[in-house]
Design a protein around this ligand. Sequence first.
Ligand code: MOS
Length: 703
Amino acid sequence: MNKVIGTDVSRKDGRAKVTGTATYAAEHQIPGLVHGYLVTASIANGQIKSIDTGAAEKAVGVIDVFTHKNLPKVFMPTNDFVSSKIYEARLPLSDDKIHYAGQIIGLVVADTFERARDAAHLVKVEYATQKPVVEAAKATFKEPPQMGEESKFEKGNFATGVASATTKLTATYKTSTEMHAPMEPHAIIAHWQDANSLTVYEPSQWVLGSQRTYAELFGLPSERVRIVTPFLGGAFGCKALPWPHGILCAAAARKLQRPLRVVLSRRQMTANSGHRSETEQTMRLGATADGILTAIAHEAKSCTSPVEVYAEPCTGVTPVMYTAPNLQLKQELAVLNIGTPTFMRGPGENPGMWALESAMDELSWMLKIDPVELRLKNEAKEHQRKDLPFSAKHFADCLRVGAEQFGWKDRPKQPRSLTRDGKLVGWGMAASTFPGLRGKASVKVRLLSDGTAHLLTAGNDMGTGAYTVVAATAAEALGLPVEGIHVELGDSLLPDGGLAGGSKMTASLVPAVMAACEQVLKTANAKTAKEAFVTLGESGRAAIEATASSAPDDEAKKWAFQSWGAHFCEVSVDEEIGRLRVTRWVSVMDIGRVINSKTAASQVRGGVIMGIGQALMEECHLDPNIGYPVVYDLATYHFPTHADIPRIEVFFVGEPDLNFNPAGVRGVGEIGITGVSAAIANAVYHATGKRIRDLPITPDKLL
Ligand code: MOS
């Protein structure tokens, strides 16, 4: 049998992407396409007093102008994850209220993009303005009305636990508002074949979810809606559900009965396509002199928009990482006049690990215990919130292998003791974690008489490598070369592949691909695909096909599934100019079975790079007077480029997690970013003796 799983198969979609033949949403060529340009609010709080579209309507090429006064009917969907879900719990143009700067207040449709954009600027709006609240420091924090799990948790008694500690730490850590900034901007083409049949070309991490949601929005059965997303140009949680611009585009296209395209500018994306909320987290730790935790308290605050409840679930990682008999978690949320925040790579886990892993480092210095040792001493044996043992956990191996690969044992025990070329050098480490998630997925496999196998599922590849992982799994299961496998993804006409989110696409699809391949061989009454092709040739038929599904059973009642990791890094700091460089990086991950060593390592590297951006550069302030973001494009919003990134070495440890699924694979999309910013801040402390507790670590904080 040919061994493909676990090897470094190159991307199936690589050539299409680098040669520009991969078709992204806005690039689909639809005859008769017309163009929409959004009109957005220039105030952050208040009401539209009047909106004058007269000049815009008369402008050359303009076909129609939509505002809250004339938007065609759109229905409110159920808006739960089961049947339908929109990002923002308010339909676009549903009234004259303004909740945040940049909110969509109209759409101008014209025969060209330029004419639509030009006319959009002719729309005259008068507002009744109220002072916006855009600073978390001035907002009121309360327990959020809804979260994935309860916003509060208590085990034991924190006060008693901390009283019994000999070493105590209280510290507050902050993160900034972060933009998703995927390479492919948000865009949609809505094409109605008739008043009741819609095709949507949109970057969607979840075409079957979008299909149901658009169907509900327009009062149609889902069969009447097709979502087409063969490729996404990056998505980190911001392309999973319809945003207001998509709903508005589809509504306008239905009225006009013309295919309509709406593309957002980078500036429009700052308000209308989600961000990661800023957070403020207070950690309180108590430990005995030999480094055993007696108590942990983790309190987190984040902000949402006036039109959606989204609390960044920062405290979720704490009961997973370290055992403490007394554990207390609390989340609070405030409403700001800001666009709606949402999931962003490691939502909750990422800022949560920033706080927890910074605090653990601070505690290790107080205790004079090596930070790796401190983590090994307190490693959780079970999920303290679920009361379940972890399945296939190899966190300790991540720490040991990472320390060895990095050369951690040579670390000087004092801050400011390493220098190179006149700069201070520091070493830091932090742990990494993300839950193992999985959903139901269905896959169709077709063996064709030309000797190729076609794999079809609606699941998406948002740049993570799903095309390649599906092909490699099928190649191994069928005994065919990877080149002989064709994969089609991201079309709601195909069998439901589930959501590309929560790092679960691989864990969901791979078992389904295995099941479908097994099924098709059974159907062909063959042991291998080659045997099936002979049967097929003799029969004169075009293809033999089979569809199979794989879904989680009740294993989650017995086990807590979690992926683990450790980051080790070196930084250099030029104190004279506050320049911080990350100069060396080692990451070790336990993600269960690795399906593709190349794309898996690439996901970890991507996570580390994104984490370096969070640690050093990414922030978005709003002008306190007008409420507008002071960053608005890829020049003003800083994130890493090649020159900022060192060589990133990635290692995998662990074993197939067969309690989780028959393939033993967990996910790897998100874990890489978790702990990165803490590892860097911990290295900065080692280099400089300065503890930075608010991100990003910009030069002014190092001077
Ligand atoms: Mo991810 S934040 O689940 O797309």
